[in-house]
Design a protein around this ligand. Structure first.
Ligand code: ATP
Ligand code: MG
Length: 235
């Protein structure tokens, strides 16, 4: 039987004595995209930080591609084939677009080859490889973060509110890029979102996080899913 791309079993963690996540469990199957939604401050980013080794777990286990990584430090997680775009993550403004993208590559000399599909998905970068990334617009910088995740050719991608502050056309482009990535490579994805339309469009399942617990979940394409999720984010 194939291993889950991600399996979280009853993790609890927080900052100091404040527990933010309470015995939280979830699974992401191979090639599956799961979206987690929740209001501000519910613990969504804390969960990704914990999965990526930035926070110690008080209890529970984390498995990535079947490997137990519960107590791995961030640098060991980074060596797994996982791409993570953190919510507060900036691109490296002093580096060029190409240098930012190349950071994701174990062998930078493969750049021209691996850039071909990414250049199709985000044509804006084709003419701008030597431009300083700090001079890109906010939306272009978010696209660069997604492009960097894709160019890594990861087994699993974590995106933390990648659509925050973006106009609809840029959100569409990112959704198309993620759809392409899944169709082409079957990459598993864990998407943290507050944009309900985007989240349900790109995912197979949704999870609702409330005060550090998953309080509901469902099929993203089920009738009424958007209304149900909207209820959790507004009440
Ligand atoms: N470094 C920290 N030290 C102490 N408390 C923190 C720290 N980071 C986050 N918190 C607290 O943990 C709780 C969850 O924060 P988190 O950033 O995970 O929320 P979130 O669901 O990602 O919210 P948002 O949608 O606003 O990004 C909040 O109450 C926050 O104040
Ligand atoms: Mg957050």
């Amino acid at each position: 039987m194939q291993q889950d791309a991600l399996k979280v079993e009853g993790i609890s963690c927080g900052y100091g004595r404040a527990m933010i996540l309470n015995s939280l469990s979830l699974e992401i199957k191979q090639s599956q995209c799961v979206a987690m939604l929740g209001k501000n401050g519910m613990g969504k980013s804390t969960l990704l930080k914990a999965l990526c080794g930035f926070l110690p777990k008080k209890q529970g286990e984390v498995y990535i591609e079947g490997k137990r990584v519960t107590h791995y430090k961030p640098h060991r997680i980074a060596r797994l084939n996982l791409a993570y775009a953190a919510q507060e993550q900036a691109i490296f403004t002093e580096l060029t677009v190409k240098e930012n993208l190349s950071l994701a590559l174990a062998h930078p000399d493969t750049f021209d080859q691996v850039f071909i599909p990414v250049g199709h998905l985000f044509p804006v970068f084709k003419e701008r490889l030597s431009q300083k990334a700090g001079t890109l617009s906010g939306g272009e910088q978010k696209m660069l973060l997604v492009a960097r995740c894709l160019i890594q050719r990861p087994d699993i991608i974590f995106l933390d509110e990648i659509t925050e502050g973006l106009q609809p056309s840029v959100i569409d482009r990112i959704a198309e890029a993620l759809d392409w990535e899944r169709r082409s490579h079957g990459t598993a994805m864990f998407i943290i979102e507050q944009n309900i339309g985007f989240a349900l469009r790109v995912s197979d399942r949704y999870l609702i996080l409330k005060q550090g617990r998953i309080v509901d979940s469902g099929d993203s394409k089920a009738e009424g899913a958007a209304k149900k999720v909207y209820g959790y984010l507004t009440v």
